[in-house]
Design a protein around this ligand. Structure first.
Ligand SMILES: Nc1ncnc2c1ncn2[C@@H]1O[C@H](COP(=O)(O)OP(=O)(O)O)[C@@H](O)[C@H]1O
Ligand SMILES: [Mg+2]
Length: 292
């Protein structure tokens, strides 16, 4: 399979016909894990010869895989669709170096035609578990398209939540665009807490993080639901941003109180463990509990 950087350069060589065909595969992937040849013929209106040629090209680029039954769009194929869409929207001119490669996403630097630098997050939910399962049982291959669908939904959801929160001036990344399973947002010169060896003033950063959470919850209306040292970015001034929102729940949903208390507990435990702050968890939680 091609890497994201390879896909970005392949895209520059794409013909109009190849792109149109790839877009059709993107649409059909919502309904078929393997797109049957008969459906392809019917929906593309192309001759068998043309289809065969296009399949060969996309296969050479490692964007699809073919079998006896039909065609499967690989995640590199979905990357190509997303990158193309962001280019057409005028958001992305080139992809820069990776900022972070995680379990469930790859985040790259992206540069717009005007020279703005963005963080471009590719959702990869299912990548690791899928690999493990695939090794054990061949048949799970058929489920790739479900991961595509989940990743597309997650990117859209995070984009919507970030839009709502940043409109309410909450300390989260400002979203720029979403396409397929890829989310573009402003890039910040900040690191997640877990990557920072030592903070100068951990108590001040903890207080800022707590304020940030309060603002997102009570002014923004969302509980993060996966808060930890991995999803709090801190810049050189000690200012805080809360990132990674696809799993967030609306304040008021049945589970929101438990999730909020768990979020604050995670954060408090981290500062106590790493910086020996002796924060009293009950005291930290009280102002949140009182507001329910
Ligand atoms: N807007 C951003 N600006 C700078 N770095 C970012 C931004 N968004 C994400 N990152 C980096 O990418 C990493 C992964 O992003 P995150 O949204 O937490 O995805 P994941 O679901 O993989 O945890 C973060 O830990 C951070 O280092
Ligand atoms: Mg994260």
């Amino acid at each position: 399979m091609s890497t994201v950087r390879e896909v970005a350069s392949i895209l520059r060589k794409f013909t109009f016909k190849e792109l149109k065909f790839l877009k059709l595969l993107g649409r059909l992937t919502k309904s078929f894990s393997i797109i049957p040849y008969s459906v392809l013929r019917q929906r593309s209106g192309l001759s068998n010869g043309d289809i065969e040629f296009l399949i060969k090209r996309l296969q050479d680029y490692k964007l699809i895989r073919r079998s006896e039954i039909g065609i499967k769009l690989l995640s590199a194929g979905l990357d190509a669709l997303a990158l193309h869409s962001l280019r057409v929207k005028g958001i992305l001119d080139a992809l820069g170096p990776p900022i972070a490669v995680g379990k469930e996403s790859d985040v790259f630097e992206g540069i717009s035609p005007k020279g703005e630098v963005y963080a471009v997050k590719f959702f990869r939910i299912g990548r690791t578990s899928f690999r493990g399962i695939k090794r054990a049982r061949g048949y799970v291959e058929d489920r790739i398209h479900e991961w595509h669908v989940i990743n597309v939904k997650s990117a859209k959801r995070e984009f919507e939540i970030l839009t709502e929160l940043s409109e309410k001036k909450c300390p989260v990344p400002v979203p720029i665009a979403v396409a397929y399973h890829v989310l573009g947002m402003k890039e910040y010169l900040a690191l997640p807490l877990f990557k920072i060896k030592k903070l100068d003033d951990p108590l001040k950063v903890f207080e800022k993080a707590l304020e940030a959470v309060k603002k997102c919850v009570f002014e923004g209306g969302y509980v993060h639901a996966d808060l930890s040292e991995f999803n709090v970015l801190v810049d050189s001034k000690g200012d805080v941003l809360i990132i990674d929102w696809p799993q967030a729940v609306k304040l008021g949903e049945v589970s929101s109180k438990d999730k909020l208390l768990r979020d604050i507990t995670n954060l408090t435990n981290y500062f106590n463990r790493k910086y020996h702050l002796s924060l009293n968890l009950d005291e930290v939680l009280l102002p949140f509990i009182e507001r329910f």
